[in-house]
Design a protein around this ligand. Structure first.
Ligand SMILES: Cc1ncc(COP(=O)(O)O)c(C=O)c1O
Length: 385
């Protein structure tokens, strides 16, 4: 199998698997219990929290574990609005993940005003439009660090600088950037930041929200007193311990991995561009997470290419894995100004830790042939478009 959909999810690192299995076998205690087996579980959760906090340049008490990146995003947006009843405006971007877009639209239904700041053809947010939208009533700016479909990296530190002038809080969804590019909460200047374990070779169903000390926020989930009363419910202890292990491994090898992955991605990109005529690369050349490659193949349905690749055991995504089961065209591709028929021809290839030179060779052998055959049977002539 050649797995090239690492932005959708990543394979569990074997060491994470080992640590999680060990934990599940040896530690069933409830971390809230005062006796030794509870204390042991609590200590392991604390250790994971410390590893994750250090990786983000944060303090341990600033990390709240959640059930997913989606929950972290919901918590950040709804939690801030619940804490600031006197403010009723949110600024976000047109290319956020549905976890933010749908929460923003929920807030709109609650009577809040939401500004979706546009982006240019490379997916870069219009900072002047963001500045123009800011008002004393703005409770929060939420802009993703890097985009899951086209990899565009936003200048979050610049956004934070603008926000600080008016005392507005800043949240960033760093689910796709964490582990791939440096993510430091002070360098970014953010008050809230979301991450998710399964994008960094950790288990599914566990995420975290960084909340800068002193930030006013209300919980999303009420109940027991877990997570400093900000996220009740008995912790997903095995998931958290696995998340910690995954982040510990990032510290050991992500720099080297990312350099190697960037090299593989660059070779794959060049090979595809050399071998397949009349395609279009989407996203910026420079300010991009290098492991994300997004191409349009005008005249073809991306799904047909995806399925043909799958018969060769090569797994990629169409425009966005998050909208894979939807007929709708990706809102990200729409926001960068792509026509719907063009968007429907778009494929996302995202590389990760376990990809090899051989994987790149195989894709470069199979993909041009698949595209050539599909074009032969397609009525569309890209020259006439
Ligand atoms: C940018 C971004 N934010 C949030 C999420 C949601 O994370 P999770 O799958 O942990 O809910 C994803 C997952 O695709 C993502 O890419």
């Amino acid at each position: 199998m050649i797995y090239l959909d690492n932005n959708a999810t990543t394979p569990l690192d074997p060491k994470v698997c080992e640590k999680t299995s060990w934990f599940l076998r040896e530690h069933f205690g409830n971390p809230s219990s005062l006796y030794p087996i509870g204390r042991d579980a609590r200590e392991l959760v604390t250790e994971a929290r410390q590893i994750i906090a250090s990786a983000l340049g944060a303090g341990r008490s600033e990390i709240i574990f959640t059930g997913s990146g989606t929950e972290s995003d919901n918590f950040a947006l709804r939690g801030v609005f619940d804490a600031f009843p006197d403010k009723d405006e949110l600024i976000t971007s047109a290319i956020e993940h549905p976890a933010v877009i749908e929460t923003a639209s929920y807030l709109e239904r609650q009577g809040k005003k939401v500004t979706y700041v546009p982006v240019d053809t490379f997916g870069r947010i219009d900072l002047e439009a963001l500045k123009a939208a800011l008002s004393p009533r703005t409770a929060l700016i939420s802009v993703m660090h890097s985009n899951n479909e086209i990899g565009t990296i936003q200048s979050i530190s610049e956004i934070s600088r603008i926000a600080k002038e008016s005392g507005t809080l800043v949240h960033t969804d760093a689910v796709q950037s964490f582990g791939k590019i440096p993510v430091d909460v002070d360098a970014l200047g953010v008050d809230l930041l979301s991450i998710s374990a399964h994008k960094v070779y950790g288990p599914k169903g566990v995420g975290a929200l960084y909340i800068r000390k002193g930030t006013r926020i209300q919980p999303l989930i009420y109940g027991g007193h877990q997570e400093r009363q900000l996220r009740s419910g008995t912790e997903n202890t095995a998931g958290i311990v696995g998340f910690g292990e995954a982040v510990r491994i990032l510290g050991e090898r992500s720099e080297e991995d990312n350099e190697r992955i960037a090299g593989l991605a660059a070779r794959l990109k060049q090979g595809i561009e050399d071998e397949i005529p009349k395609i279009h690369f989407n996203g910026p050349e420079a300010e991009r997470v290098k492991s994300t490659l997004n191409f349009s193949f005008p005249g073809l349905e991306a799904e047909a290419i995806l399925l043909a690749l799958a018969t060769k055991d090569i797994y990629v995504a169409t425009g966005s894995a998050c909208s894979e089961d939807s007929e709708e065209v990706s809102h990200v591709l729409n926001a960068i100004g792509m026509r719907p028929e063009f968007a429907r021809s778009t494929l996302r290839i995202s590389l990760g830790r376990f990809n090899t030179e051989d994987d790149v060779d195989t894709v470069l052998r199979e993909l041009p042939e698949i595209v050539r055959k599909l074009r032969e049977i397609s009525a569309f002539d890209p020259d006439l478009d």
